[in-house]
Design a protein around this ligand. Structure first.
Ligand SMILES: *Cc1c(COP(=O)(O)O)cnc(C)c1O
Length: 372
């Protein structure tokens, strides 16, 4: 699905030197590389504060802890997402309130969000799924009206530009109260291990986030509250500094792949190509198609037999997962999410794909239908 080796080879000399320098400096934790990466990412995103942490799941958890959300508080999020979003809500004994997404863009439907608000609602967590933004402007309006926090799960859309109705643009993850991201190796900005970060424009909140991520201390050995230990290490920061300089060009490469797939699959009787939202550009963390009247298991088998990778993001909606089953929800309650989980499939998309590979993949997919 990704070609991390091919990508590494293009920046190998620079990366190897940076890693070696970090080892030689022995500043493994909170070293200068972490500070520099933080400052460079703040500049790139045009956000006041970037707080690096250990991974994207921690970023979401720390965000919710820093906002002082309390057990029983309701947090609205998309049902069609990676589990981490709901996991941290449940872990903190908050109450996940799931809502359906749009069938075309796979992102949170603001109308469904507003319908799910109760007096106990404290926060909304939109997920910028597969590389394009949820409708943040509408979501922020709802949040303002009901006095709610907004935590953007930006693990899949770092670098995407959100476009407001008045024409001004802001980077994904910098619009809500807090933004969270992951530097997992296969993400658009991936390190060579685990990593994550939290973004905010609020000075007080940034202090609180740093404190929570650092054992609840603002002065060493004085713990004002119960926190966690979540850090980005210096070697990962050194690698991320290099890759950040390539992030926009990586997004362009991904968009080229998407354009090739679009052209091959547009107007196909059994394939729905990913809809583009009008509110942001797309950085294509995934290229996800929806099948129409076709057998997904057979397609996967056919592709596997031809060495074409194909993944299902995501096969089971949260409300039908054992860990997140809840008497409030039953099968049939989220028709769009359930339909998507049964019919989506994602094809390889990364920065190192060439025309030959793309032709092979698209031919294989098209052959499956023509041979039926
Ligand atoms: C990857 C991902 C996360 C979690 O990131 P980790 O670094 O793996 O903990 C959270 N939300 C979404 C939408 C993701 O894709």
């Amino acid at each position: 699905m990704v070609d991390l080796i091919g990508q590494y080879e293009k920046i190998q000399a620079e990366v190897d030197q940076a890693v070696l320098n970090t080892i030689r400096s022995s500043a493994f934790i909170n070293g200068p590389e972490v500070k520099s990466f933080q400052a460079e990412l703040e500049k790139y995103l045009n956000v006041k504060h970037v707080i690096p942490c250990a991974n994207g799941t921690d970023a979401l958890q720390i965000a919710m802890m820093a906002l002082n959300l309390q057990p029983g508080d309701e947090v609205i999020t998309a049902n069609f997402t990676y589990v981490a979003t709901a996991e941290v809500i449940a872990l903190l004994k908050l109450k996940p309130v799931l809502v359906d997404v749009y069938p075309g863009t796979f992102t949170l439907n603001p109308k469904a969000v507003e319908a799910a608000i109760t007096p106990k609602t404290k926060a909304i967590v939109p997920v910028h799924l597969f590389g394009q933004c949820a409708e943040m402007e509408a979501i922020m309006d709802i949040a303002k009206k009901h006095n709610l926090y907004v935590i953007e799960d930006n693990a899949q859309a770092i670098g995407a530009d959100y476009c407001f109705k008045d024409g001004h643009k802001q980077k994904a993850g910098t619009i809500g109260t807090i933004g969270c991201t992951s530097f997992f190796p296969s993400k658009n900005l991936g390190c060579y291990g685990d990593g994550g970060a939290i973004f905010t424009n609020d000075d007080e909140l940034a202090k609180k986030i740093r404190m929570v991520a650092n054992h609840g201390q603002s002065v060493q050995y004085y713990h004002d509250e119960v926190g966690v230990n979540s850090r980005l290490d210096s070697i990962q920061a050194a690698i991320l500094r290099i890759k950040l300089r390539h992030l926009d060009e990586y997004a362009d490469a991904r968009r080229k792949v998407a354009a090739y797939y679009d052209k091959a699959f547009a107007n196909h009787p059994h394939l729905i190509i990913p809809e583009r939202t009008t509110v942001s550009n797309h950085v294509f963390h995934q290229y996800t198609l929806v099948l129409k009247d076709a057998d997904r298991a057979k397609l996967r088998e056919y592709l596997a037999g031809r060495d074409v990778p194909c993944m299902i993001y995501y096969p089971v909606p949260l409300h039908l997962q054992k860990a997140y089953s809840d008497p409030r929800y039953k099968k049939g309650d989220f028709p769009i999410t359930e339909w998507l989980c049964e019919n989506v499939f994602s094809l390889p998309i990364h920065t190192e794909m060439n025309e030959e590979t793309l032709k092979y993949i698209t031919d294989c997919v098209l052959d499956f239908f023509s041979k039926k």
